[in-house]
Every structure is written in C-alpha cells, then in structure tokens.
Design a protein around this ligand. Sequence first.
Ligand code: GCU
Length: 636
Amino acid sequence: MHKVWKLLLLSSCLAVSFTAGAQDDQAPGQAQANKGSGARAELAKQPPTLQNIYGRKHVLLDGRWNYIIDPYETGFYNYRRQPFDQSPSGAGGFYDDRKPKDKDDAVEYNFDSSPTLAVPGDWNSQNAKLEFYEGTLWMRQKFNAAPTAGKRYFLYFGAVNYEAHVYLNGKKIGSHKGGFTPFQFEVTDRLLKGENTVIVKADNTRHQDDIPTVNTDWWNYGGITRDVLLAETPDTYIEDYQIQLAKGDMGRIEGHVQLAGAKGTTGAQDVTISIAELGVKTTVRTDVNGRAAVSIALPKNKVRYWSPEDPKLYNVTIAGATDTLNDRIGLRTIETRGHDILLNGKSVFLRGISLHDENPLIPGRLRGEGDMRMMLQWAKDMNCNYVRLAHYPHSEEMIKLADEMGLLVWAEVPVYWTISWEKPEVYANASQQLTDLVVRDKNRASVIIWSIGNETPVSPVRTQFMGKLADTVRSLDRTRLVGAALEVHRTGDVVTVEDPLAEKIDLASFNQYAGWYWSNNKEMMKFSFKVNYNKPVIVTEFGADALGGYHADSDTKWSEEYQDQLYKNTFKLLDAIPGLRGMTPWVLTDFRSPRRPHPYFQDYWNRKGLISETGKKKQAFYTLKSYYDQKQQQYK
Ligand code: GCU
C-alpha cells in the first residue's frame, strides 16, 4: 500500500474530466433533458475510474462530516424549484457554506454547528431520526491541501447512495447516479493551497426508472457509504490495466495497459510488467492512445495458481516512464465444460452463501475491513469456498479480502425484479454500473462470475435488455463466467428452469424457495427439478425465515427447527439434479428489510439468515457446514 500521507497536495494545470457514470455540473432537469442521446454519448466517452485507487498516492477524506437533513431540497432548489447551481451566478445553495456577514444577515443553515456522522457510513444507522429516512442529506468535510505542479488530482468516491451532487470550494464538480459503484472527478484546477471544502448532496429517494428500482428486499441505506479519497497522479499516469491468465490457458497472462495524460502527451511509452517471484519482466510499448496489449508466457511448473485452498497473490509491478503501480494479483483460470465448473482445470463445487453489504450487529452498511472480515470469516466457518455478494457491487475492499481469504465471488449489479426495461436511459444506467463493476474488479482472482441481475420477469423486452448486458460484460472481460439469478416455475410436482436468458449466460443459475414461499417441510420432498441446460447448475437462493432463539417442531414456520429441516430437505432435492455444481443459500445473516413488518417474527428484518442479528449461529448454520464438509470430500 502506497504511503498514505496527510495534507500535502500541489497542482497547476486543470483538466476537469468526467468519470464513468458521473456527469459534470448539469441540473437534473438538464440531465433529464439529455438523458436520451446526450447522456448516453457522454457516458460512452467517460474514462474509467482510476484502476487500483488504493495503490496510488492518496489521502482519505473519511472521518466526521457535518450534515444537514434537507427533505425539501431547500439547499438545492429556489422556491421556484430551479436549481441554484444552474443559476447565472451558480450560487445560492447550501454548497456555498455561507456564514452570516453581520447581524443583519440571516443565513438559514450552518454546517459548523450542524451534527456530524461517520464517513464511510450510512446515515440510517447513525441517527434514529434517519432510520427510515429517504431524501436529501448535505454532508461537508474540510481538508488542507498543497497541490504540486506536474501532478493531477482526483476526488474519488467508493460509493454514494443513490444520487450525488458534489461541490468543491463552492463550485459544482459533478454528479453521479448509482449507489454501489465508484466515481471520481478531476479537481486539479479546483484544489486550493490550504483549506478546501467538499460538500456532497446525497439523495437516496427511490424512483421507478432507477437501478435498483423502487421495490427491493433490502434497506435503502443512504449516504457516503464507502471511502472518499483525494488521489494524486503524475501528469501522464497509468489509468487502467488488466493482468489475468488468458481464458482457459494456465501458461499465459493476457491483458492490457492504458495510460492517460494531459492532451496529446500520452502517446507511446514503454511500460514494464514484472512479477519478481516468477522471474517475469516484460516491457510493452503503448500506442499513440496510450494503450498496449499484454501477453506474457509464464515459466512452466513455477506458478502457484490461486484457489480457495491456496489463495496465492503475486506482487505485480506496472512501471511506465512517469507512473508506477503495485498490485497483488492471483493467477487462476475459470471455465465451464458441460455441467462442470473448472477452476485451474479441475472440477469444483461452489460451497457458497449469499450475503448483503450489511453488518447485522450495527445494523448498517459494512464500514471497513473489520466488518468485512467478520462476514467472510463467518462464511469460512461454514466451510464455504464461495460467496454471492448480493444484489449489487460490494466494496473493493471486500473483494480484495475475498482474494486474500480464498473465497470465490459471484458479483452482481442491482438489475433486480421489475425495472423499466423499455427505457434507453435505464439500460445506459444498468450498463454503466456493470461496466464500473467489471472495470474496478477485473484484476481480482476471487471474482469468477459477473451476474447481470436477479429474478427479472421473462418478457421479450427484458430478455433483450439482459442479453445486451451479457454481451457488454463479455466485451469487457472474456476470462470470467456470466450468470443471472433466474426464476423457476412449477407444473404439478415438477419445478422447471426454462428461461430464454439462460442461452446468454454460462450457468443454469436460479433461485427456488421450496418449503417456504411454496409447499412446506412435509410436502416438499414430492417435488423434482427439471433443468434442461447442459450447463453447471448453481442454486443461487433457497432458505426459510427463522427467528433466532425461537424453537418449535420442524413444521412450525419461523422456528430454527423449521429452517434446519428445510435445509436438510433441500440438500436431498438439489443433490438429485445431475448438473448441480454449487449453491448460495439465502442468506448468511439476518438483514434489514422495509418489506418485513411482522412485529414479533420480523420487526423489519429478513430472518432467513443462518446467523441472527446478534451474531448467534442458528441450527441450520451447522447443518450447512456438515453438508459442505461432505461436498469438500467429494470434490477433493
Ligand atoms: C428473493 C430475493 C431476495 C429476497 C429473498 C427473500 O428471491 O432475491 O432479495 O430477500 O428472495 O424473499 O427472502
């Protein structure tokens, strides 16, 4: 990790560039107007967010941020609902951080005397008044900087839910939609020597045309939920790279390096990729656009391939004339052959569990490595080798931890349930979130499956939408598998997986809730599954709600005994499916959901966790562990 240094940043020339998904200072009305062609064109030419942001010189702007709750967006619109930052002066909003000039000046907000909350962190868990709050919150942080000539500066957000408008020193620098993917703004020419003020308008109001849409079964946590960084790069810097084994080829690294630089300076440069431990040192020459393909033959019988049993990460150095980056990268191949999933050429069973980006003990969004390691360790305690990070991109830190701890990952974008399939701007948003996810995590060995969505209703417009997403992800990364959580339908006692989208993905992956949403422990064994795809079968969800500590017989719903019996029944049902190669039961821990109001059994918690909200393991936790111990033996 690059030395994290405090407060010393200097800069000269400015080049404010857009970043993926982000837009410069346009009023939502304006953005709305050009949502059609303009937005897509703008999105199309966005440079990707900086690869390996934590590997660059940076300062974290996390900590205590002052906040103002603004349900009527008074700090953004004048009383005629016209955005202040689109007015001729561009001033007038809370982002001015204005102080009264004298006793005659009645300023109706004040950040200095406003309360603070922790960043990264959702606001819902930090103030009881905000538990159910959906709307706008203004957040302000001050920091000192000393920009340096010949350097460039980027303000980088790991994630802000859902719509963010960002201001630096009273000036709008951009906006972004999407609560789970990173975005950045170049601030080289906006950074002051000395004190700077960054203000974020975060709004988690749900809309039908958003991704995710209005209806989800998770808590709509608002705020700056992941790290905020100020990163420094040289004028010409390494913007992006992919260093991974070629598809199905354990002897060759395939990838690319992309430089970015002040206009016209990028051009051709030598860039050296070295993996000292393997004696690999290869130099490539970038073309005029700063891009070079990478193809490196690896020494025979020397590579320790990354796997859950041996999560070996190599120190990789990418060094250009002006910029050098270090990364820790695992080398592994992942592919399918008929029903089999081959990890490094060997058939593997994905012993998984689904989880949300939520620490039940808070409850709130995972705040940092401690929270994340706790969640992944619980999965490992169950003898998992795989996790489904549902239903949206989790943090980069979480994925890096999975790399380190040896957990295979299913990563997903929140194309969840019934979204507005027919709207091009909705597709652009979904495709952008998918692109941002792949761009960010494409060097992580742990990620083996990109999921393009969950339980989306079969229709021609949906299948076309999802089909395009599958094509998009394949155009970005050929080395991994593409999945989606499909739905099943029942005819009599036969549960069939039949979905035109299955043709576009590499897996027959589906959710099924035998014994909970349909049938029960007594009846469910009469059902059988029909999966007519010569693809690996992955059951992406099954489960039952159980209130931790509530005990009864195994036919009494909400009891731990019911959940436990349902797991035992489900193993028998699924083991009968010839192509079964993995599962991610729903779900590792109880999690908050506004859709679960039963006052006693739920209290706004989805209780399908194998671990309760107090961190207590339920009976089924141990039942799943022993099932996975057997599977591990079987696939030894
Ligand atoms: C759905 C969905 C989950 C949800 C779960 C449940 O299948 O994908 O997000 O929480 O079922 O109902 O518990």
